[in-house]
Design a protein around this ligand. Structure first.
Ligand SMILES: [Zn+2]
Length: 222
């Protein structure tokens, strides 16, 4: 653990007005032909998410990394996305990272969000926010493509995980704009409120500070 990086990372984060709460536990499921690149991608994406969510007192930490069957390396369609439910783990944020996510039949939500920034769906997704089905908790999970993504792909999908809808401003993380880079004040408030609910109802467990085995801290700098 390169402890010497932590003060530097702290400088990069927006000043928190209160003690940082315990991070939400993430289980990463990987299906990839290039595990090294994919793990580095995930570390970078989570560091970016932690930077943007810090203002809402939210952080994420990987507690477990699991290998998915190779058949998921390229997720071809919605049926394949739904099959990911079999690998769902309860009471954590499930992030499935694969090499590519194809989208032969874009949803109306995808079309609308693309149209707002003058684009058409490309037939390939950077990420998706998917209902967990049945009585699974939490109610949704995240699928992300490490190849079609931007720097804030995972931040955007995590925004959906806290029920943020799409946003019209192309500079907003919840838009489909090319230069999306911020949450606005209302979104930060909504994120804080939803995080309180998730903690109180134990929808997502937190990572303990003391005695945490921390198998994959998102802040690890490699
Ligand atoms: Zn979205």
């Amino acid at each position: 653990m390169p402890v010497r990086w932590l003060p530097l990372l702290a400088l990069l984060m927006p000043a928190a007005t209160h003690a940082a709460p315990r991070p939400f536990a993430v289980v990463a499921h990987l299906a990839t032909n290039d595990p090294d690149t994919t793990k580095k991608w995930l570390t970078r994406q989570l560091a970016e998410a932690n930077r943007h969510f810090a203002g809402a007192g939210i952080a994420f930490e990987v507690v477990e990394t699991r290998a998915l069957p190779r058949s998921f390396t390229v997720v071809d369609n919605i049926r394949e996305r739904i099959k990911l439910r079999r690998h769902f783990r309860p009471r954590v944020i499930n992030i499935f990272v694969v090499d590519r996510v194809l989208d032969p039949h874009p949803s109306e939500s995808t079309r609308r969000a693309a149209r707002r920034v003058g684009r058409e769906p490309s037939g390939e997704l950077a990420g998706a926010h998917i209902l967990s089905g049945a009585r699974r908790v939490p109610r949704t999970f995240i699928l992300a493509s490490r190849s079609a993504s931007s720097a804030v792909t995972l931040t955007h999908e995590l925004g959906h995980f806290f029920w943020l809808p799409h946003h019209r401003d192309p500079g907003n993380i919840m838009s489909y704009g090319a230069r999306r880079q911020t949450f606005d004040a209302r979104q930060i408030e909504a994120l804080e409120a939803m995080a309180r609910i998730y903690r109180r109802r134990r929808v997502v467990r937190s990572v303990g500070r003391a005695g945490s085995r921390g198998t994959g801290s998102a802040r690890r700098g490699e």
